[in-house]
Design a protein around this ligand. Structure first.
Ligand SMILES: Cc1ncc(C[n+]2csc(CCOP(=O)(O)OP(=O)(O)O)c2C)c(N)n1
Ligand code: SF4
Ligand SMILES: [Mg+2]
Length: 288
């Protein structure tokens, strides 16, 4: 397969933070040298989830909150593909929360990008699980995805970026894609992506972002330290960004390695009768 879908022009509002993510994904994939026919983008439901329509790759528009299940399915069916799932905070942390938590445990070598704008942009600005108290009448404290991710002891790559820092985002996405292509497991990157129409947080985030790698105790291989640093930054009203977990484990460690191994996966397997006659006969014999 050497062909990919043709992109259309983005339908996002001018200034939407998702434009930075689109540009960074393209740049990172090109810098890592991923051929377009090897890259699959699985979009969620929301403004952010339409990203796969705007880039020349093969993609699919998943069910709301179910993009991770579909992205893991793509990876297991053909582990040679580089699979990126991308969606919003509503998609990932509300309807998709159950799948979100399990993705860290499963540890398939896919990249999950959440464009967090602290609102449901597509449906016109309601409160989401990451909304601040007071936003659109919200009375609940915001969910913090990185703290939740750090609580799961799996060898995942975990990072947070900001659409106002496209260079930093590109570097982190590159590292995440390399991590995936080495089969090391699940990479989660939450991008702070302001919704300029319903929740314009650009100014606030520019003032408050804090690159955790600049902190004295920074050690992304140590979950305890990172949890404390992120928690303290939040406590001080800062917005932490940067690599928050970089596992020590270096070899292939992903779910696809454990379930599919050296097999090419169902999508590329020879399912013809002649190649499989012996196995079919054995199976039928076992039922007699
Ligand atoms: C099953 C289902 N429930 C609800 C909706 C309505 N809906 C569409 S997008 C969305 C949330 C979008 O928010 P988010 O995932 O944060 O994406 P954003 O638009 O902010 O990028 C909702 C609730 C739907 N499409 N399907
Ligand atoms: S409504 Fe918000 S999230 Fe959606 S395209 Fe516009 S700025 Fe972006
Ligand atoms: Mg959103």
């Amino acid at each position: 397969m050497t062909q990919s879908a043709k992109p259309v022009a983005p339908i996002w509002c001018p200034g939407c933070g998702d434009f930075s993510v689109l540009a960074a994904v393209k740049r990172a994939a090109a810098n890592v040298g991923i051929p377009v026919y090897e890259l699959v983008l699985v979009g969620g439901i929301g403004c952010s989830g339409s990203i796969h329509n705007f880039i020349e790759v093969n993609g699919l528009h998943a069910l709301h909150g179910r993009l991770l299940a579909q992205a893991v399915g793509v990876k297991l069916s053909n582990p040679s593909l580089t699979v990126v799932a991308a969606g919003g905070d509503g998609d990932g942390y509300a309807i998709g929360m159950g799948h979100f938590m399990h993705a860290f445990k499963k540890n398939a070598s896919i990249l999950y990008i959440v464009m967090n704008n602290e609102t449901y942009g597509l449906t016109k600005g309601q409160a989401s699980p990451t909304s601040q108290i007071g936003f659109e009448g919200n009375v609940e404290p915001p969910f913090h995805a990185v703290l939740a991710a750090l609580s799961i002891p799996a060898p995942n790559f975990i990072a947070r970026t900001f659409s106002g820092d496209p260079k930093g985002m590109t570097a982190i996405l590159e590292e995440a894609l390399r991590f995936n292509r080495e089969g090391r497991g699940f990479a989660f990157v939450e991008d702070l992506s302001p919704c300029v129409t319903y929740n314009d947080t650009y100014k606030l985030w520019r003032e408050k972002v804090l690159d955790v790698s600049k902190l004295p105790d920074y050690d992304p291989t140590n979950r305890n330290t990172m949890f404390r640093l992120v928690y303290e930054a939040l406590d001080q009203g800062r917005v932490p960004i940067g690599v928050m977990h970089r596992p020590k484990e270096s070899g292939p460690n992903g779910l696809e390695q454990k379930l599919v191994g050296a097999h090419p996966g169902p999508a590329q397997a020879d399912i013809g009768l002649s190649a499989n006659l012996g196995a079919y006969q054995k199976l039928i014999g076992s039922l007699a």
